[in-house]
Design a protein around this ligand. Structure first.
Ligand SMILES: *[C@@H]1O[C@H](CO)[C@@H](O)[C@H](O)[C@H]1NC(C)=O
Ligand SMILES: *[C@@H]1O[C@H](CO)[C@@H](O)[C@H](O)[C@H]1NC(C)=O
Ligand SMILES: *[C@@H]1O[C@H](CO)[C@@H](O)[C@H](O)[C@H]1NC(C)=O
Ligand SMILES: *[C@@H]1O[C@H](CO)[C@@H](O)[C@H](O)[C@H]1NC(C)=O
Ligand SMILES: *[C@@H]1O[C@H](CO)[C@@H](O)[C@H](O)[C@H]1NC(C)=O
Length: 332
């Protein structure tokens, strides 16, 4: 049969923004036989999917900071459908490191943009459970390759992606690419994040009928979801500009470089009535305002105009940092 779709994860098409886990977007995925479920960060800025597995150094499975959440780990020995990925596999990047180890599994090691943040382990093949969105809840078991993450470092030890990360990039290792190369789903996926942080993800689909479009700048050796921005708006002020940006759902905050950063932030600042704080070296943000615990910051809306003219409204241009000592809140 030809590729099908659209699919959702077997546990549902829902995505959740979790501020406690690095302000990233997460989904629930089921892997292996019997299945084990994971709450994974959805990352368009990388390719490999990995979950905590046969842990030597992983984030805790439960913690007061997690609330009621309790996480699971994967173990190849406990799944009857698990297979080693041999060093000869085209998905094995570290073939040169295979010979030295006693194990014949392909090792992987991936570093992320955040300081000292990495995942390391061996590649595994097992089944990922998908549900077809059309044939209501018919479950498909898709064989995929992912990382058995034995050693995590940096943010992955608790503050972000504590239960694994799902790469949605363009490379052949990403989950959408693997589903396409196995003939399970068409080579596409869509995500939509609501203003309240709740959203959805689908595979092998063409997105929603009302979505806007912009072309990607594709470089084979540097395959990111790279788009061109041609304009911006901060409240009443519009800017005509030209810069490229990588759409990376695995980075919590949008970063702009100059001159756009200075133009947008100073136009934003001019339109905020609250008093701006003194620079605070403990915060990574330059523009912060103090408001009372009950108050709301009245701020201008921000939007970006992408190549082709579609307008991307920035849902949430500020973040709230609660200062417990003074029962005040800073908005940055
Ligand atoms: C997401 O799943 C819900 C519940 O199964 C369904 O009602 C909805 O149509 C799905 N949305 C999309 C865009 O597939
Ligand atoms: C996962 O296993 C549970 C039983 O432990 C079962 O109820 C559930 O349907 C399974 N999920 C999938 C997607 O097969
Ligand atoms: C990164 O890790 C190294 C070694 O563990 C440590 O010396 C260094 O301070 C860390 N850097 C940051 C920014 O955490
Ligand atoms: C994104 O595309 C632009 C325009 O083609 C290019 O100049 C830039 O280097 C690309 N950025 C990345 C990170 O690939
Ligand atoms: C900002 O955008 C929202 C939603 O589109 C709108 O309701 C609101 O009036 C706008 N605020 C300002 C100050 O323009």
């Amino acid at each position: 049969p030809g590729p099908g779709g659209p699919f959702a994860f077997a546990d549902g098409n829902d995505t959740y923004r979790l501020n406690a886990f690095g302000f990233l977007h997460y989904a629930v995925v089921a892997l292996g036989t019997p299945n084990v479920t994971f709450l994974v960060a959805l990352d368009t800025g990388s390719d490999l999917f990995w979950v905590p597995c046969d842990c030597l150094k992983c984030a805790p499975l439960s913690s007061p900071e997690y609330g009621n959440l309790k996480f699971d780990v994967y173990s190849p020995r406990k799944s009857s459908t698990s297979r080693k990925v041999p060093c000869s596999s085209s998905l094995c990047d570290l073939q040169t490191q295979c010979n030295s180890a006693a194990s014949k599994s392909c090792p992987y090691s991936i570093e992320y943009l955040s300081d000292n943040t990495s995942s390391n382990g061996v590649l595994i093949e097992d089944v990922l459970y998908l549900a077809s969105e059309s044939g209501k809840s018919k479950i498909t078991q898709a064989p995929i390759t992912f990382g058995c993450g034995q050693v995590q470092t940096g943010s992955f030890l608790g503050s972000a992606a504590p239960n694994g990360l799902l790469g949605l990039g363009m490379d052949s290792k990403s989950v959408p690419s693997l589903l396409a190369s196995q003939g399970v789903a068409a080579n596409s996926f869509s995500m939509c994040f609501g203003e309240d942080g709740h959203g959805r993800i689908n595979f092998g689909d063409t997105g929603s009928a009302d979505q806007l479009e912009t072309p990607l700048n594709i470089y084979k050796h540097n395959p990111y979801y790279n788009i061109s921005i041609i304009g911006a708006m901060a409240g009443g002020k519009t800017f005509s500009t030209k810069f490229s940006a990588v759409v990376d759902s695995g980075t919590s905050f949008t970063a702009l470089s100059d001159p756009m950063y200075t133009e947008i932030t100073s136009a934003f600042d001019k339109q905020v009535k609250e008093k701006r704080n003194q620079a605070d070296s403990s915060l990574p943000f330059e523009y912060c305002y103090t408001i009372s615990a009950k108050g709301a910051l009245s701020h201008p809306n921000i939007s970006l105009t992408a190549k082709g003219g579609s307008i991307f409204p920035v849902n949430d241009p500020i973040i709230t940092i609660t200062d417990i000592s003074s029962v005040r809140e800073h908005r940055c």
